[in-house]
Design a protein around this ligand. Structure first.
Ligand SMILES: *[C@@H]1O[C@H](CO)[C@@H](O)[C@H](O)[C@H]1NC(C)=O
Ligand SMILES: *[C@@H]1O[C@H](CO)[C@@H](O)[C@H](O)[C@H]1NC(C)=O
Ligand SMILES: *[C@@H]1O[C@H](CO)[C@@H](O)[C@H](O)[C@H]1NC(C)=O
Ligand SMILES: *[C@@H]1O[C@H](CO)[C@@H](O)[C@H](O)[C@H]1NC(C)=O
Ligand SMILES: *[C@@H]1O[C@H](CO)[C@@H](O)[C@H](O)[C@H]1NC(C)=O
Ligand SMILES: *[C@@H]1O[C@H](CO)[C@@H](O)[C@H](O)[C@H]1NC(C)=O
Ligand SMILES: *[C@@H]1O[C@H](CO)[C@@H](O)[C@H](O)[C@H]1NC(C)=O
Length: 785
């Protein structure tokens, strides 16, 4: 099998191109020698080690994907990039847009979120014209921005070119001024991202201070608002310039005067700051800027002045290689698949942000592990967190520790969170599933008693009321709104918004509790939560029908008296699909599949395996209509569910179809928001050919897009996938070996692949739609064992 793969590779010209790149790219010291040649690979095949140059940082960066394209480290607090005003297309929530004008280079951004933009604070803007406080100062590009991992560049028509590099909690901004222009830098303390088309969720400037010298400045800025309706929060900053300014000017509103100190507040207009004038003789100004949520001193001490621009770029790239890229080795006969792999891998490591030592809220100790920017767990729990639990168990652990610490210090785990505040829960308390996923995969260094206490609180305690004009009925800040209904009726009645999707999610969340309880030896809790995890069946109406479909039975809103509510009900529609509707961002027909813990029961309810498969067929244009939204999370798992009726070849075909039709290259590329990397994680699993069922140890098997892949696990073992015979027609599994043994199930569990010995999957692919899986279907957990 393997021999023929490598023989055929011999003739492919792209391979020689890669080998050429391999030998000619003069770069950072990658640890080539670390990789011992594998028995599965013949000497003619070459692994690709060129990830840094293959990542397209602009992938999904348009206003659909909202991916942050600027300079950052994996999960870095600093995300240094451009903030653009783009009246034509609107802004990406990451600050970036391909057109428009640049109004600031700021230190913090989110990546890939929906909702509304957050941060865009602590900005500089180099310029060469007269300073005019009455307009928003801005730069026009002379060409498209360029960027690669850890580096971003903007060339302008205004005689200044910009390069950006990011450290963990500081960044370096490098300006190259044309000969003879007047070199100036604006530090606009009030600068921040706004939600022009959603003013109710826009951030607002509250107040700030800046104090400067000729060669630097420090201060703070306070903002409020955003998607989580944040209360005022403060960020401190510290900036240094490589050359002293010859003049410093302060401005507030429209008033400009010499001076080094400026105070601003929203009451007195929201534009204030300092202008540093370096004169006409200076060609290069380099600025180190540090930030901190704790103090101005910490913002200064977060800067590493030893590091110059180039060494910072290389250090950041080294960290990306070490933590992310070097763990993978990928071979594909299609070079675009390798690009796609590394680009998506990059996008799956941007948020949440590691903010250990940077939580200013009461009770936090500097060494307590802390992450922010969960935006949102509703998006990420399904496959992004499970990806982290494979690629970096240390991250996976720190994320669960952070969630636990947020519960311990602040009272509740978040679902959405930024600017150090919980805010906006779309469905359930899905941090429960993140925790269970880590638990069943033996993620180390978590205090599981405490983590489980956080989960229990979500499951048992109604969160305090928090007014939300979009859903005034029950809290959307944290925990599970409308919990009393769940406890009393066993479903959420239509007295509450999102009653159908909340019912489905609370069931899955309770399943997560049952798994942790089981592992902790809490057998009563195990039984109790497993029973509650079946409560989604309470909203299954066996008589519900959809126009044009000959099968019956769907989930449906239900009143407290037990009757099903037919008012406005159509299983193929979620109305506005928003905060005030019965279902949030997913139709009843889509959300009906959202019981990955008990698909066996679902198959029983729909009547037969054939109907179950037909129902999936009907959701996608491949066999039916475009009903499921592949660009949104509720349907992430659905294409793989044919495995439960042992028709794995149909999962393979549908995943191929979606990858081909909905995921592209370049700025547009993603079919929806990246959602903090959730979308990219879906692509990564699809390319590898497995997909996790979050909160369980199960992976459903599809078929790889890569010819060969190795993942170096943190425990020193290797996980390896090979696909013999792969071509555009040969996508179907003909046979499979796992760890050298013939495998007859279309699923596999975590420890078999990622345990102490690693694991291997050797696929033989072909063009026939073979039912090769003679073993039992993937497990369902809806009963006590
Ligand atoms: C960015 O998105 C807008 C709106 O969807 C689209 O019209 C525009 O062509 C996109 N730009 C690029 C460079 O793809
Ligand atoms: C950008 O600056 C120009 C002056 O250079 C000004 O006319 C224009 O209004 C500014 N654009 C924005 C979006 O603020
Ligand atoms: C400073 O930023 C604020 C808020 O983003 C903006 O309204 C103002 O125009 C900016 N001032 C200048 C001089 O660019
Ligand atoms: C863009 O700016 C950089 C840095 O000043 C410079 O090296 C590069 O040549 C510029 N590119 C173009 C096309 O002018
Ligand atoms: C430059 O940075 C150092 C420490 O990082 C700080 O103490 C100093 O005040 C800064 N310089 C100016 C002029 O602000
Ligand atoms: C997160 O940040 C803290 C503080 O800087 C650091 O000690 C820790 O190693 C970081 N975590 C990872 C996984 O890099
Ligand atoms: C709303 O709740 C009340 C009890 O609090 C119940 O009597 C009523 O039937 C509920 N309405 C619906 C639509 O379920």
């Amino acid at each position: 099998m393997v021999r023929s793969l490598s023989r055929s590779l011999w003739f492919w010209p792209w391979l020689w191109f890669c080998i050429w790149i391999f030998y000619t790219t003069p770069t950072v010291s990658w640890p080539w020698t670390k990789f011992v040649p594998l028995p599965l690979i013949q000497q003619n095949t070459q692994w690709n080690h060129d990830a840094i140059n293959r990542v397209d940082v602009f992938y999904g960066a348009n206003c659909t994907g909202n991916v942050f394209p600027g300079a950052t480290r994996p999960f870095g607090m600093v995300k240094l990039g451009v903030d653009v005003i783009n009246h034509q297309w609107g802004n990406s929530y990451s600050g970036y847009a391909p057109g428009g004008v640049i109004t600031g280079l700021s230190m913090m951004h989110e990546s890939g979120t929906g909702g509304a933009p957050q941060y865009g604070v602590v900005a500089q803007l180099p310029f060469t014209s007269e300073f005019n406080p009455e307009i928003e100062m801005n730069l026009t590009r002379s060409q498209s921005d360029t960027g690669k991992v850890g580096y971003y560049a903007v060339n302008t028509t205004e005689g200044v070119d910009i390069e950006l590099a990011a450290g963990e909690r500081f960044g370096i901004l490098k300006y190259n001024f044309e000969k003879g222009v007047d070199a100036k830098v604006l530090v606009n303390v009030s600068h921040h991202l706004t939600a022009q088309e959603r003013p109710w969720w826009t951030q607002r400037f509250v107040k700030g201070i800046i104090e400067g010298t000729e060669s630097g400045y420090g201060g703070y800025v306070t903002l409020k608002g955003g998607w989580g309706n944040q209360d005022p929060w403060t960020l401190y900053f510290c900036g240094n310039f490589s050359v002293p300014a010859i003049q410093v000017t302060r401005y507030k509103g429209n008033a400009v005067q010499p001076g080094y100190y400026s105070v601003g507040s929203s009451r007195r207009g929201d534009s204030f700051g300092l202008v540093f004038d370096f004169g006409g003789e200076v060609s290069e100004v380099v600025s180190h800027v540090g930030i901190s949520f704790i103090s101005r001193e910490q913002a200064c001490s977060n800067i590493n002045h030893e590091q110059d621009f180039n060494s910072l770029v290389l250090e950041t790239q080294r960290i990306w290689n070490e933590e992310v890229f070097d763990k993978f080795e990928v071979v594909s006969s299609d070079p675009r698949v390798v690009d796609q792999f590394y680009t998506n891998l990059y996008g799956a490591h941007l948020i949440p942000s590691n903010r250990t030592g940077e939580n200013p809220n009461p009770g936090w100790k500097p060494d307590q592990v802390y992450y922010d920017d969960f935006f949102t767990i509703w998006d990420t729990f399904r496959c992004l967190n499970p990806l982290h639990n494979i690629v970096s168990r240390k991250r996976g652990s720190e994320i669960v520790q952070a969630l636990t610490n947020i519960y311990l210090n602040e009272g509740w785990t978040p679902d959405g969170r930024s600017a150090n505040q919980n805010g906006r829960t779309q469905g359930g308390s899905n941090s429960d599933i993140v925790m269970a996923d880590a638990f069943v995969k033996h993620i180390p260094d978590v205090d599981w008693e405490q983590a489980y206490a956080a989960m229990k609180q979500n499951a048992e305690v109604q969160p305090p009321y928090w007014y939300d004009s979009f859903a005034p009925d029950a809290s959307t800040k944290q925990g599970r709104g409308a919990l009393p209904d769940w406890l009393q009726y066993g479903y959420i009645t239509r007295n509450y918004t999102r009653s159908v999707s909340r019912t489905m999610e609370y069931a899955y969340d309770d399943f997560a509790l049952s798994q942790v309880a089981k592992g902790l030896g809490l057998s009563d809790d195990h039984a109790k939560y497993l029973r509650r995890s079946s409560q989604w069946q309470n909203i299954w109406n066996k008589d519900a029908q959809a126009d044009g479909y000959d099968y019956k039975g769907f989930i449906q809103p239900r009143d407290a008296d037990g009757s099903f509510n037919y008012e406005d009900y159509d299983p193929m529609s979620c109305g506005g699909c928003y905060w005030g509707n019965d279902e949030y961002e997913g139709k009843p027909v889509e959300y009906g599949f959202a019981v990955p813990h008990d698909i066996a029961k679902l198959i029983q309810l729909v009547g037969s395996s054939e109907t179950f498969a037909k129902r999936i067929d009907d959701l996608y244009p491949l066999h039916g209509k475009k009903i499921a939204d592949v660009g949104n999370e509720p349907s992430f798992l659905t294409p793989f569910l044919y495995n439960f009726v042992n028709e794995q070849w149909k999962s393979v075909e549908l995943v191929r179809y979606i990858m081909q039709h909905d995921f592209h290259f370049g700025v547009k590329s993603l079919p929806g928001n990246s959602d903090g990397g959730a979308m990219q994680a879906w692509v990564i699993f699809s390319l590898i050919g497995i997909y996790p069922i979050a909160g369980t140890t199960t992976y459903l098997i599809a078929s790889p897009f890569v010819n060969h892949l190795k993942l170096h696990l943190e425990n020193g073992a290797v996980f390896e996938v090979s696909a013999s015979g792969l071509s555009s027609d040969n996508i179907y599994v003909q046979s499979l070996k796992i760890n050298g043994e013939k495998w007859n199930k279309n699923w596999v569990d975590h420890d078999t692949l990622f345990g102490p010995n690693g694991g291997s999957m050797e696929f033989v692919l072909g063009s026939s739609q073979v039912v090769w899986e003679t073993g039992p279907p993937p497990p369902s957990f809806g009963h006590l064992d």
